[in-house]
Design a protein around this ligand. Structure first.
Ligand code: GN1
Ligand code: MG
Length: 379
């Protein structure tokens, strides 16, 4: 086995690096295939296949974004605790329905390569065969219904999980008052002089700053219970069976932390119950789709209505709007500081994303009562 004492910088061939990582996670065989998986804006994932002369084994190897996750070791511990908790409830879960992170010979479910500024944080887990995820529901109500069931069940399974065991992987993640404060601080500092590109958007976010704090104020008043939630419930964070659309497993557990049920409900609505993609350039095409909203609400509430309180049920529509506004401010803040957090495909990508989210938010505000009526229908 080759030992690398050198730094793992970009000059090291990625195939060689992946092969080395697989060895560290004690996977037998030679790397015969790898490819980049374009999923998500934060981490970087590769599909790998290894062959040992008799069997082909497939895995996902992922580099965690250390800029975003400041304490990835604790985050991996969170994920370990959460996946065990779910496993304990469903002991018969077949391999395709669970995430299994492999361990190195030191017993860690992660691997750190390199040192100092250049160090990289890697993990390796089972590849779920014959599965598919959805970047957009593309008008397919079944995808939404099944996603709702999957996230509703996930929230339910974690109801008896002791939240004090978890480290907050990103502090203040959905603390919208904090998000607004840091957003306007960034606007004030305007480090790259980019606020000039987003005058209207900044004014709109300022106009809705008070609304953004709605859920935080409800938490302060003790009206909404803190639960353990996923906090990033895009439909591309569920793997479905390619043939039956049965949701197999929820992935991307990095942001599982104490949170509100309506964040999880709202984030899927934001991502998938709409008429365009998250980064649609033509904002007039970006609307809430109430048919898809209904499908998601039906699926989600079939699992979640048994444990949600009346005020939580009432907060679901607000959650969709708040999380959409919050993300608009996050995209825009990242644009203003030079795209350090979200991966971008072109220079003004984060600005485009922020605009699309703002358009969706505005359309949601017009339909708050429609959303609430649909929720009531589903109870
Ligand atoms: C990020 O990594 P990904 O794409 O699943 C982000 C979410 C945003 C989302 C917007 C850790 O999720 O909060 O809602 O992009 N994740 C993190 O698409 O910030
Ligand atoms: Mg993701």
């Amino acid at each position: 086995m080759v030992k690398y004492a050198v730094q793992w910088d970009s000059t090291v061939d990625i195939k060689e690096k992946l092969a080395y990582i697989c060895k560290q996670f004690r996977i037998p065989g030679e790397l015969i295939l790898y490819r980049l998986i374009p999923n998500g804006h934060i981490n970087t994932a590769y599909y790998v296949a290894l062959y040992d002369g008799t069997e082909v084994r497939q895995y996902l190897v992922q580099r965690v974004n250390w800029y975003v996750f400041k304490d990835p070791v604790s985050m991996m511990n969170n994920i370990d605790l959460i996946t065990r908790h779910i496993m304990d409830k469903e002991r018969t879960l077949e391999r395709r329905r669970r995430l299994h992170f492999h361990h190195t010979s030191e017993g860690n479910n992660y691997l750190i390569l390199g040192e100092g500024e250049d160090r990289e944080f890697w993990r390796l887990y089972n590849y779920i065969e014959n599965s598919v995820s959805f970047e957009t529901a593309d008008g397919n109500a079944d995808v939404l219904r099944m996603s709702g069931k999957a996230f509703g069940k996930f929230n339910r399974q974690l109801q008896d999980f002791d939240a004090s065991l978890l480290v907050e992987s990103i502090p203040h993640f959905h603390d919208t008052v904090y998000r607004m404060d840091t957003f306007f601080q960034t606007v004030e500092e305007d480090p790259l002089g980019r606020t000039a590109d987003a005058v209207q958007e900044i004014a709109a976010i300022r106009e809705y700053r008070d609304f953004a704090g709605t859920l935080c104020r409800q938490i302060d008043r003790g009206e909404l219970p803190i639960r353990v939630t996923h906090n990033d419930t895009k439909t591309n964070n569920i793997l479905f069976d390619r043939d039956t659309l049965d949701p197999l497993v929820i992935i991307d557990l990095d942001t599982c932390m104490p949170g509100l049920a309506c964040y999880d409900f709202g984030d899927t609505i934001r991502f998938a119950a709409c008429t365009a993609e998250e980064d649609e350039r033509d904002c007039s095409r970006m609307k809430l789709d109430l048919g898809l909203f209904r499908a998601y609400a039906e699926g989600y509430l079939s699992e979640a209505k048994s444990f949600l309180t009346a005020s939580e049920l009432d907060s679901l529509a607000t959650g969709a709007a708040v999380i959409t506004l919050e993300l608009s401010s996050r995209f825009l803040a990242d644009y203003l500081v030079g795209d350090k957090y979200f991966r971008v495909d072109y220079p003004e990508h984060n600005l485009v994303r922020a605009r699309a989210q703002l358009a969706l938010f505005r359309d949601m505000l017009l339909h708050m009562e429609d959303m609430r009526a649909i929720i009531r229908d589903c109870l």
